[in-house]
Design a protein around this ligand. Sequence first.
Ligand code: ADP
Ligand code: MG
Length: 189
Amino acid sequence: HQATFPQVKGLDTFDFEAIPSLNKSLVLELAGCEWIEQRESVIALGNAGTGKTHTALALGLVACQKNHSVFFSTAAALVHELMEARDERRLWALQKQLARVQLLIVDELGYVPFTVVGAELLFEVFSRRHEQGATLVTSNLPFDEWTSVFGSERLTGALLDRLTHHAHILEMNGDSYRLEVRKRRKNDK
Ligand code: ADP
Ligand code: MG
């Protein structure tokens, strides 16, 4: 599957000083893409506006440049797509396609809670990918609040078990870059 990035953003335009909680050397190491070849996971956690999507796009971009297949979607859109595929009796094909891609990026997990069916379909995606392909997830919620998104504690436990098995965690809590830029603009005037 070709990458379907909403925007192109690279690490060259990322200001690491704006987000001190983020381990810069880890991000630079991840940009080498070895974790993708090793079929590991990256989970970026933090509040809104701290550069999670930017980082995910940048890691997706270097993966593309190294000829890895990448699929990018928000969690809500992916669940929507899965439900639609299920209704149209092509869920098997979509699940197979999602399992095959070398890097799956699921952005914005946590903003919208899933229905029971939605949660199960997404769980199936992560479950199939476990040790088969690399997965990058971004979330505004700490792990202990993921149950509120997936509904079931059992499902969330099983999901976190797989996702965090070989995972690199990017801690991205800090000031919103969007707000900071706006403040700076105001002060310049
Ligand atoms: P999040 O996904 O964590 O909510 P985004 O990645 O969408 O945040 O970042 C919000 C905006 O600010 C984007 O335009 C992004 O490119 C920019 N941005 C965020 N953090 C940084 C940073 N450290 N350096 C440069 N731009 C940043
Ligand atoms: Mg985002």
